[in-house]
Ligand binder design. Structure first.
Ligand SMILES: O=C(O)CCC(=O)C(=O)O
Length: 365
């Protein structure tokens, strides 16, 4: 029945997308990639380029959830575990959770600084990393200087150039982000995204096994306003996300530094209940993201947070906490490149979703 329904509405949807600026063959290929009588339809890919009003309708995401339901199956067990009585295909936001589970990653706990040195694995890290781990507890970030060598980074950049040229990856609707390039390159996947040394460190920080979620490559600085990743990649219980940002060339004020507010990770998590998101039962507020960023500016002012910038060198890695406020500084020399890649990791055994767009997160196991 559902297949029949999709069969009937897809031509209209395809025409709609084509009229609103999509390449029609691309749209059709995604919608009608028929193999063995099954549709492989990914609104996610279409949405990668789309900026129109459909982004606001929760129903569109529900269809996409159904189409990608394999990547949501694990939620049946997790919803049960956390007492959430909800269909896994439906929208999800922090307001569905009545209480906050007290399951903080161990480095967020009050006594973490005392305990960090007693962990057996701690002794296996170099003195420089041990120092940075303490900084992570106190300030919500750590820096791994020269983590990737020059040759690896050159190879990474050559891979991105190749994938762009071969049209295997593309900039998404923001015009600045290349999403999930690792899916097209074993080198990016194994050497960077699933780098064993990095994963070992992230597992240690969170105290659970991390699940690599996605990568975003930038060619230019993002110039994104202050935010914490929690609003975009949310977990229940809170805080089970971590990001690793790699400088793929030297960063300077000219090409747009990364800015951040040390210690902001200890402030309460901001959700859509803390600002006028404009969300309704059926729609996502069209100004939700902007209003969130306005709210973050208010939080920075009210708490008198001190801004710092990271001027990474090629190969440096900057790891930040799920709730650390950060963003991209303005690019002072227009047109200059600032290649970088950010990778996000959830942890196993928690519910992962996107608070702004009220969607459960697709997890590839
Ligand atoms: O690379 C940047 O300029 C900022 C990236 C960022 O804020 C993010 O990925 O959350």
């Amino acid at each position: 029945m559902i297949f029949l329904g999709l069969n009937l509405v897809m031509p209209q949807i395809t025409t709609y997308f084509a009229k609103t600026g999509f390449d029609e063959t691309l749209v059709s290929a995604h919608f009608f990639n028929q193999s063995g009588g099954c549709f492989m339809i990914s609104l996610g890919k279409i949405f990668g380029k789309y900026t129109g009003i459909l982004r606001e309708f929760k129903a569109v995401y529900v269809i996409n959830n159904w189409l990608n339901r394999q990547q949501l199956h694990h939620n049946s067990r997790l919803y049960k575990k956390y007492g959430l009585r909800r269909n896994i295909l439906l929208p999800l936001g922090s307001h569905f959770f009545q209480h906050q589970a007290k399951d903080l990653p161990w480095l967020d706990q009050a006594n973490a600084l005392e305990h960090v040195q007693q962990r057996p694995e701690y002794q296996n890290f170099s003195p420089a990393i041990q120092q940075e781990l303490k900084r992570f507890v106190e300030d919500g970030y750590m820096i791994l200087e020269g983590f990737f060598d020059e040759n690896s980074v050159d190879q990474h950049n050559a891979e991105i150039d190749r994938l762009l040229k071969e049209k295997k990856v593309a900039f998404n609707y923001t015009g600045r982000k290349i999403m999930e390039a690792y899916k097209q390159s074993d080198y990016l996947n194994q050497h960077f995204f699933r780098n064993q040394e990095l994963l070992k460190l992230l597992n240690f920080i969170i105290g659970k096994k991390v699940i690599p979620f996605h990568t975003i490559n930038f060619y230019q600085g993002s110039e994104q306003r202050g935010h914490s990743d929690f609003i975009h990649m949310t977990t229940y219980p809170q805080g089970h996300l971590i990001a690793a940002w790699t400088a793929l060339e030297d960063v300077s004020p000219e090409n747009g530094t990364l800015f951040f507010y040390p210690g902001s990770h200890r402030l309460p998590y901001i959700t859509t209940r803390d600002y006028p998101s404009g969300n309704t039962r059926w729609r996502i507020g069209s100004e939700s993201n902007k209003r969130y960023e306005d709210k973050i500016e208010e939080v920075i002012r009210e708490n008198g947070l001190e801004k710092k910038v990271f001027q990474g060198k090629k190969g440096d890695v900057f790891i930040w906490h799920a709730n650390l406020i950060h963003g991209g500084s303005p690019i002072l020399k227009p047109g200059s490149s600032r290649k970088s890649m950010v990778a996000h990791y959830f942890t196993e055994g928690v519910i992962c979703y996107h608070e702004i767009s009220q969607r459960p997160a697709f997890i590839n196991k």
